[in-house]
Design a protein around this ligand. Structure first.
Ligand code: NAD
Length: 385
């Protein structure tokens, strides 16, 4: 029997409930697909509120050490981050500590769901979001702090730039290295998965040397030996083009394009903040965050997690939708090379939705549907594997 270790963090808020449902479905899918010849060994590592209660630290050294020294594959529930004050996001810390530079978020429609748009079935996109740079690098200083004042003084004296002396300051680093490695992953994915296009989403008309450079570096990547015969620029593409079409769109336009022309977009490669925004917007188009999985991939560790947060208002109420974490598990199984088990999970979710017994976030969008709890929805999905 093949046994693979998967390290897990339950998460805060709805985390423990959706994790328990997801683990059950993932185990059952593996068992069904491989008739007991493969199995996951689950190893818990602590982070978030549970870690704080047990160790006094939100992200204990032990967790970092285990993930660094032992783990290749991990999966986590959402972790709460205070807004405007308090500690820095644990999610961002994990992504940066382990250099999980590619955040991959597939968005697809499941038959049977009613959604806010007329043709959700035209949405089938995969977002590749740069995960370590941009304003998420966490380089910012409070208004009136001595650090902010130093920066403002420096900008004035050395660079002749006037900034209001009461301004808060944030820094947006974007590198060629960081942008290119993310864009390479996106193009490779497009080639391996027979996708049609990769769109570079940026705000380069305004932020020319950060967002604009991201776009330019993207076009440089397509000229590299690995890609030059397999990719073509949009303006040079033929009508029945077989190569991957590389195009770019300005971020604000991109938001309307995915609503008005969803069939024209496929893989999207973008900077950190844009990627965060477009992920939730696209998830809404196909039925909401409860169905939005994701992965944070680096060269040594892959950490799978839902796109959504800890939904504190639903914690402990057994009403959250576990699908985003279950689908993150499906991505994980495919990534592990346990092909078939992930697809089996996606099909089971589709069948469960067709039976119209779903969690309240989906029931709300489906006339005649019955609302069931998180645990029960997990069981229904498992029954359909
Ligand atoms: P959220 O994603 O937790 O919730 C937004 C809304 O989406 C909810 O009010 C709910 O209506 C809906 N929703 C999301 N997931 C759902 C599910 N599984 N089932 C049913 N409905 C669901 O976003 P928020 O309220 O902005 O953030 C709450 C906390 O989560 C914050 O502390 C934030 O920092 C954190 N967060 C963590 C992550 C992460 O762990 N990667 C990501 C985003 C936010």
């Amino acid at each position: 029997m093949e046994i693979k270790k998967v390290y897990y963090i339950e998460g805060d808020g709805i985390g423990p409930e959706i994790f328990s449902a997801a683990k059950m479905v993932i185990d059952r899918a593996v068992e069904k697909e491989f008739n007991g010849e493969k199995k996951i060994e689950w190893i818990e590592v602590l982070a978030g509120e549970k870690a704080y209660k047990e160790t006094g630290s939100y992200l204990p050294e032990d967790t970092l050490k285990t993930l660094k020294e032992e783990a290749e594959i991990a999966i986590k529930g959402p972790l709460t981050t205070p807004v405007g004050t308090g500690f820095r996001s644990l999610n961002v810390t994990l992504r940066q500590t382990f250099d999980l530079y590619a955040c991959i978020r597939p968005v697809r429609y499941f038959n049977g769901l009613e959604t806010p748009v007329k043709h959700p079935e035209l949405v089938n996109m995969v977002i590749f979001r740069e995960n370590t740079e941009d304003v998420y690098a966490g380089i910012e200083w409070e208004a009136l702090s001595s650090e902010a004042k130093k920066i403002i003084d420096f900008m004035k004296s050395e660079l002749g730039v006037n900034i209001d002396e009461k301004a808060a300051i944030g820094i947006k680093p974007i590198t060629e290295f960081g942008s290119k490695r993310l864009i390479r992953k996106a193009i490779r994915y497009a080639i391996e998965n027979n996708r049609k296009s990769v769109t570079l989403m940026h705000k380069g008309n305004i932020m020319k040397f950060t967002e604009g450079a991201f776009r330019n570096w993207g076009y440089e990547v397509m000229e590299e030996d690995e890609f030059k015969d397999k990719c073509v620029k949009e303006e040079d593409a033929s009508l029945d083009e077989k190569r991957i079409i590389i195009k770019d769109r300005i971020a604000d336009n991109m938001f309307q394009q995915v609503l008005t022309r969803p069939a024209e977009y496929d893989v999207i490669a973008t900077t950190n903040l844009n990627g965060d925004y477009i992920s939730d917007a696209l998830a809404a188009q196909v039925g909401g965050l409860g169905l939005a999985p994701g992965a944070n991939i680096g060269d040594n560790l892959a950490l799978f997690e839902p796109t959504h947060g800890s939904v504190p208002k639903r914690a402990g109420t057994d009403t959250a939708n576990p699908c985003s974490l279950i689908l993150s598990g499906a991505m994980m199984l495919e990534y592990m090379g346990w092909k078939g088990a992930g697809k089996r999970i996606e099909d089971a979710i589709e069948k469960a939705i067709a039976k119209k017994e779903v969690t309240q976030d989906l029931a709300r969008l489906m006339p005649g549907a019955k609302s069931v709890g998180c645990k029960r929805f997990g069981e229904i999905i498992a029954e359909n594997l």
